[in-house]
Design a protein around this ligand. Structure first.
Ligand SMILES: Cc1ncc(COP(=O)(O)O)c(C=O)c1O
Length: 390
């Protein structure tokens, strides 16, 4: 049988790194001592308020079709949060509820980008971006965020990448995997480029509440970007709710949501009421990130960074945000994939080779901070023990 061309466009490479993860999962299933610090899930539980609201919704028989763009109460709560973050008046009809930030990102990008049109994306980037752009038939134009620039993209490189076919910028700050958080001046420079070339900004803010410095710069707050920024976000990371698939987009006005409405009709046809009730309860209980989760990640990133930097031959930067630490193994004499494979085989510790996130992450391993303290300590011991054998 034949398949459509999309199938070939989605058959992307970059799976080598994940093989380390799959091997680790298999080892663990076979009962072999294994620490899995590869995926971005959390050791924290979802807020009890969310769980209770979900149960109550199910008990009340909330199992039917729902409004396509989302429960008006949840849309209003997200709009309120956006207004608080940006200082801009935001109405519920700018908000569209989605099955996680990824579903929001997917719907927004395929609504803004056409065949042959270009999306400019700083790398390292989250691994779903290439498939998302490919689905739209778009072309991904990658700009570097080198380790030597603390993984911050240079706006001048974005400007150089612009062509008459450029349609949008897709940027995550804080970044996965680097933890880089762009500041106000960087966003202003990016905003001037976006305005000069009439580009959309798709701002992936799943880690926005996990920025550990001063409060992060929200691009939609800036005059240069407010009218052209679509924010995508979710409760996955900030509220330890990855499995609920509770996310949203916030558009600059209600026009894009009207297009997203037609797309949702053809696709998800709304979001489960019991998930939306849980999301609303979570946002009411903790309007930003769960305080204990945020505090733990902020502390762990410092402890892990200090532990890694004490290991001869390894180093790492203190992440500015997000839930990952990137361990630099470039001085070890091993590539990231070989390092990760041997680390797993010889110590049982699984870290994710980050090369697949983009060239700037070459020679780095990603470590998940959503890991219990005792496991992190054990992981640092294993890492140090392995490095000493090299
Ligand atoms: C940068 C980035 N964007 C989006 C997502 C997807 O989040 P969600 O679970 O809300 O779909 C992730 C998840 O890891 C991510 O790291």
């Amino acid at each position: 049988m034949r398949y459509g061309p999309l199938v070939a466009r989605l058959a992307l490479d970059g799976s080598d790194g994940w093989n380390v993860h799959f091997r680790a999962v298999e080892r663990k299933a076979r009962g072999i001592d294994t620490l899995i610090l590869t995926v971005g899930d959390s050791d924290f539980d979802s807020p009890p308020e969310a769980v209770a609201a979900c149960k109550a919704a199910l008990d009340a028989g909330e199992t039917r079709y729902t409004p396509i763009l989302g429960d008006p109460r949840l849309r209003a709560a997200v709009a309120e949060r956006h207004a608080r973050q940006t200082g801009r008046e935001t109405s519920a009809d700018q908000v569209v509820i989605a099955a996680g930030a990824q579903n929001a990102l997917f719907s927004v990008v395929i609504s803004l980008l056409g065949p042959g049109e270009e999306a400019i994306v700083p790398e390292p980037m989250y691994l779903t971006y290439p498939g998302t752009v490919a689905t739209a038939g778009g072309v991904m134009v990658v700009v570097p965020s080198p380790a030597e620039r603390a993984f911050h993209v240079d706006p001048a490189d974005i400007e150089k990448a612009v062509t008459p076919n450029s349609r949008l910028l897709l940027i995550a700050s804080p970044n996965n995997p680097t933890g880089a958080v762009l500041g106000r001046a960087e966003w202003q420079a990016i905003g001037e480029i976006a305005r000069a070339h009439d580009l959309w900004l798709v701002s992936d803010e799943v880690y926005a509440d996990l920025a550990y410095g001063d409060s992060p710069a929200y691009p939609a707050a800036l005059p240069e970007l407010a009218e052209r920024t679509v924010v995508v976000s979710s409760l996955s990371k900030s509220h330890a709710m990855t499995g609920w698939r509770a996310g949203w987009s916030v558009s600059p006005n209600p026009e894009l949501p009207r297009h997203l409405f037609r797309l949702a009709i053809a696709n998800t046809y709304g979001s489960p009421q019991f998930v939306q009730d849980a999301a609303l309860a979570a946002l009411k209980a903790a309007p930003a990130a769960l305080p204990a989760l945020r505090e733990a990640y902020a502390r762990r990133r410092l402890e892990v960074a200090a532990a890694v930097n004490a290991i001869p031959g390894l180093s790492c930067r203190k992440p500015e945000g997000g839930m990952f630490v990137l361990v630099d193994v470039r001085q070890s004499g091993l590539g990231a994939l070989e390092f990760a494979n041997r680390l797993l085989d010889e110590t049982g510790l699984a870290l994710l080779p980050a090369d697949g996130f983009g060239a700037s992450a070459t020679g780095h391993l990603r470590l998940n901070l959503g890991t219990p303290d005792a496991v992190l300590k054990d992981a640092m011991k294993r890492l140090a023990g392995f490095a000493a054998t090299l």
